[in-house]
Design a protein around this ligand. Structure first.
Ligand code: NDP
Length: 283
């Protein structure tokens, strides 16, 4: 009995979890399915990351998510990487697999799952606006799932060209970079247009992408990573002409579903998470 006590450490700390949409979603799923897990939010400074990972190991956590600025720097503290995390060089989800901490990237997987409800990426010509973490994650997963042609449109030339090089070198797909210096006209041959920039976020101060909305065709699938508001001006324009659209809510819900599956081996109902996300974001 005393040994049981000695091996336990019961903590109490202040957590900034209140109002965090991901925390709310995951906790709602745990509660709904009566899973004996908790999902809490801890603020970790860059200089404390090594100790935080050691702490997660010591406490035998099932895993954890990471946000910027930890997505790349965490890799040095892990025991291995999943395929897409290895290709991207970024981890947003760590999974304890038999005592080994393995880094995965669920952002792109969440997008892919949402996309596949609408169509298959196979053989599609894909234009991605942006070349940051979200664009990279989406492009890699789409390429791993059979997409072969990419156009990366970005303001910062180096970031855009780096993503093109990654797609060509590591995934052997066709990719071209387009410098985004003026209003961008979507070429007619594009099947899928994805906004993976932060333009459109309610608090970004900038609501409109510098693209020619009239160049969007009814036959295109138009997707946006923006979660709040989910009905961005881009998606409103696309759906007004009858194009199929995919909003950022599906991506964020699916990446959480995939994370929970990794940690608990349980398939949670995405509708519970979706409803909780809408409640928290007051959508
Ligand atoms: P990054 O900072 O890594 O990249 C931001 C990208 O947006 C860059 O390509 C940047 O271009 C571009 N950008 C920013 N402002 C403008 C502008 N005014 N005009 C054109 N391009 C612009 O961010 P992330 O990739 O991590 O995130 C991007 C968005 O994706 C965020 O809104 C984030 O919330 C969302 N996201 C949504 C997820 C979901 O589950 N729905 C998951 C992950 C992210 P440049 O390089 O030229 O500066």
């Amino acid at each position: 009995m005393s040994e049981t006590f000695l091996s336990e450490l019961t903590g109490s700390f202040s957590t900034p979890s209140a109002g965090n949409p991901t925390v709310a979603m995951v906790e709602a799923a745990y509660k709904h399915h009566k899973l004996n897990f908790r999902y809490i939010n801890c603020e970790v400074q860059p200089q404390d990351l090594a100790n935080a990972v050691l702490g997660a190991r010591a406490m035998n956590w099932a895993g954890f998510n990471l946000s910027i600025p930890h997505k790349v720097s965490v890799i040095q503290y892990l025991d291995g990487l999943g395929q897409s995390a290895q290709i991207m060089g970024a981890v947003n989800c760590v999974v304890n697999r038999a005592g080994k901490l393995i880094g995965e990237n669920t952002d792109g997987k969440g997008f892919l799952q949402a996309f596949k409800k609408v169509d298959s990426p196979n053989g599609k010509q894909i234009a991605i606006l942006g070349a940051g973490g979200a664009a990279r994650a989406i492009a890699v997963e789409l390429a791993l799932d059979g997409a072969k042609d990419f156009m990366i449109i970005n303001r910062d030339e180096k970031r855009g060209k780096d993503l093109v090089a990654l797609l060509k070198d590591k995934l052997k797909v066709s990719a071209q970079f387009v410098a985004w210096s003026a209003k961008f006209k979507i070429p007619d041959f594009i099947d899928v247009l994805i906004n993976a920039t932060s333009v459109g976020m309610a608090d970004s101060g900038s609501y409109d992408l510098d693209i020619d909305l009239a160049s969007i065709k009814k036959t295109m699938i138009v997707a946006d990573v923006i979660v709040n508001p989910p009905h961005t001006n881009l998606l409103k324009s696309a759906s007004s002409i009858g194009a199929k659209t995919i909003d950022g809510l599906g991506m964020v819900v699916n990446q959480a579903v995939i994370g929970v599956k990794y940690w608990t081996n349980f398939d949670v109902d995405p509708t519970t998470m979706h409803a909780e996300l809408q409640r928290v974001l007051k959508l």
